[in-house]
Design a protein around this ligand. Structure first.
Ligand code: ME8
Length: 663
């Protein structure tokens, strides 16, 4: 029997639904996804969760402004968040919405446990409350601004249930001492310790003034304070009251921004201690991405959007920049200039160039096969040694969440290989047997280094490293490669190389920035003829009115024409690349009544293994045809996004039955 894997549970915050994701939210989610991939490659059984925080007075107001019910408002927003994460290939294993029934049950259960254990009582509270941050402002007087966002606070008096936070000062301080790694980084830990040492006041955890919240059972009109509600999402994601069955709780790491560290390291462990539930192992608070030295926020209008960056430079480029450019834990300034500069220097001229040079030389000299190396010269051994020691160093750095430094190590090796190729000049060697052998040694060495780099960097650059892996003729999915089994010398001579796919085409900086900015502008201010929800304005799609059709738009069709197209929900069973067709994937798809073979032109954007089990929309009554010699019996529906028409698969935010017809 296979050994049971050690579990690792990673969370992102659950994000507010009053706007759509910007680069700050994307940052936390990219880190969570990177860790998930990394930990899986180190043999862990990993779960990563994210979600949406859907209650509170902000949502009440936004829904009212939009003229729709709160439930509809949050459903639309949750769909939009999920769709964007899908587009960025950041789909979590569990996506929690705080309006999910399983979450509601968890919140009520945690409250009951805290109450049964004597940590909850009823009282009255009057205070200054910031409705934007959903928090009372301690010691504020009427009219005082919120210290976090600067907006005016409101005076609120209400009957509340209180949580005896004051009883947890000592248990928390003891806990921080016993588990010094609980709060990361160190500077945040010190801040929290001095905050708790300063004394803790009891905390009101229910509201009577807010209707749009989870009801306190038998105590209507009390609803739960949004933070009591939201924090529970971390347990409801992994089966709530039945958490022991799932075996994932406690979380191994809560990734959060430094803005919400107090909620996670003071309130949350106190709630759990009161309920006598296990406390998470670690809370890692990263810094902020700043725009012009200010925190990005919708209200300031200085947000950077992920989609235009990805459309221009690709998903891997965004991930690389976020993880490489800022030391995890510190604040960082975001600039398109720095983004594109790094893209060109590290990705296009660095990894991309090394791989394409090596591929061209192998193709030309060894007919697309891995050559057998001869005895190495000292310079070959130096490169091998450097790569070997990089393996351990990268793992150590990633384990310590030093993502930037881990990547630095990988790029040192890439630079060394680049220099090595330039110095050894395999292209200048002739066809005499000793020169052939030298060429073989140089190119085997470089290819082996690229294989190792692709395994080491896979969690950060999943798409491009998978291309290197496929080109190197390596079996199976790179995501299943084991980091702990990675050694120099595993590239087998004679292996047939696949077709090389360009990784990171060089871009012209000014033009790239202009294009990203134009796309961002369009997303933030959608043209009225094609309204679409913009970040922060979930109802933008409903204000458009009837626009005159643009010239060139096809004539309208009747419903009878539409009815001719039969679309059904399908589920992908298998997916593989097609040799010699770098854009196509061959899929088998269950459409309910049968399993179909369908070719889809999505190979440059989707990893085959990421599609297995995914629900897709299939046009099932399309006449069969052959694509590159492979029969395709149906069509998968996708949106065409951005200037290059990147395909984004249509899908469903809710569970749907395989075979269901779309109307
Ligand atoms: O606070 N730089 O949700 P939220 C870096 N619902 N990270 C940033 C960022 C920036 N400029 N802006 C946002 C909430 N983030 C609550 C959480 S959890 C139980 C409830 C990231 O939508 C960062 O992770 O305001 C931050 O903590 C989070 O988004 C805040 O998201």
């Amino acid at each position: 029997m296979a050994e049971k894997k050690e579990k690792f549970y990673i969370t992102t915050p659950i994000y507010y639904t009053n706007g759509l994701p910007h680069i700050g939210h994307t940052y936390t989610t990219v880190v969570a996804d990177m860790l998930r991939r990394y930990k899986r490659m180190r043999g862990y059984d990993v779960v990563m969760t994210t979600g949406t925080d859907e209650h509170g007075v902000n949502v009440e107001r936004a829904a009212k402004n939009a003229g729709i019910a709160e439930s509809e408002f949050v459903a639309r927003m949750a769909d939009a968040w999920r769709a964007l994460w899908d587009e960025l290939d950041l789909n979590a294993d569990e996506f929690v919405r705080t309006t999910d029934l399983k979450h509601v049950r968890t919140v009520q259960w945690l409250f009951r446990l805290c109450k049964e254990n004597g940590y909850v009582y009823k009282g009255h509270y009057t205070g200054q409350y910031c409705i934007y941050d959903n928090a009372y402002v301690n010691d504020a007087k009427p009219g005082d601004p919120c210290p976090d966002c600067g907006r005016p606070t409101e005076t609120v008096t209400e009957e509340n249930y209180f949580f005896k936070l004051s009883a947890f000062q000592k248990p928390l301080l003891d806990f921080y001492k016993k588990y010094p790694d609980f709060i990361q980084p160190e500077t945040r830990r010190n801040e929290i310790i001095s905050f708790v040492e300063g004394g803790l006041k009891d905390l009101s955890i229910t509201r009577t003034s807010i209707r749009w919240g989870i009801p306190v059972p038998g105590e209507e009109p009390h609803t739960f304070y949004v933070w009591f509600d939201a924090l529970c999402a971390y347990i409801s994601a992994v089966d709530g009251p039945e958490y022991e069955r799932r075996g994932m709780w406690p979380a191994d790491v809560h990734l959060v921004g430094k803005d919400i560290i107090r909620f996670h390291t003071v309130y949350w462990p106190a709630f759990l201690m009161a309920a006598m539930l296990p406390v998470p192992r670690q809370v890692w608070a990263h810094g902020w991405f700043l725009m012009d030295a200010a925190k990005m926020s919708k209200s300031k209008g200085n947000v950077v959007l992920p989609r235009p960056i990805v459309n221009m430079l690709g998903i891997d480029a965004l991930r690389y920049f976020l993880l490489r450019d800022v030391v995890f834990g510190q604040d960082g300034n975001f600039s398109y200039d720095a983004l594109v500069t790094r893209y060109n220097s590290d990705l296009a001229n660095g990894l991309g160039n090394l791989a394409s040079r090596t591929a061209a030389l192998l193709e030309k000299n060894f007919a697309g096969k891995v050559p057998k190396p001869g005895t190495g010269l000292p310079q070959d051994d130096v490169l091998a040694r450097e790569t070997r020691s990089a393996i351990g160093e990268v793992l150590e750095r990633f384990d310590r969440f030093e993502f930037s430094r881990g990547l630095e190590t990988i790029w040192t090796v890439i630079a060394a290989a680049d220099k090595y190729l330039t110095a050894e000049q395999p292209w200048a060697l002739g066809n005499a047997p000793d020169e052939e052998l030298r060429k073989a040694t140089i190119l085997w060495t470089t290819a082996e280094l690229l294989r190792i780099v692709s395994v080491l960097a896979h969690s950060v650059l999943p798409q491009s490293t998978s291309k290197i892996w496929a080109w190197l003729g390596q079996a199976g999915s790179l995501s299943a490669a084991e980091l702990d089994g990675l050694r120099w010398g595993q590239l087998v001579p004679g292996t047939t190389l696949g077709k090389f796919q360009a990784l990171f085409p060089r871009v012209e900086k000014t033009e790239a920035i202009e294009r990203i900015e134009a796309m961002a502008n369009e997303e933030l201010n959608p043209p009225s003829a094609a309204p679409a929800p913009a970040p922060g304005s979930p109802t933008a799609s409903h204000g458009g009115g009837a626009a005159a059709p643009a010239p060139g738009v096809v004539d309208k069709i009747g419903i009878e024409d539409f009815a001719k197209v039969e679309m059904r929900v399908g589920q992908v069973k298998t997916a593989e690349r097609i040799v010699g067709a770098d854009k196509l994937l061959k899929l088998t798809v269950d459409i309910g009544s049968e399993i179909r073979q369908i070719c889809a032109g999505i190979a440059q954007y989707y990893e085959p293994e990421s599609l297995i089990g995914r629900k897709v929309v299939v046009v099932v009554n399309l006449a069969p045809r052959k694509l590159r010699g492979v029969e395709s019996n149906g069509m998968i529906v996708a949106a065409s996004v951005g200037p290059e028409g990147r395909p984004v698969l249509a899908g469903f935010a809710e569970e749907v039955e395989v075979g269901a017809r779309l109307k």
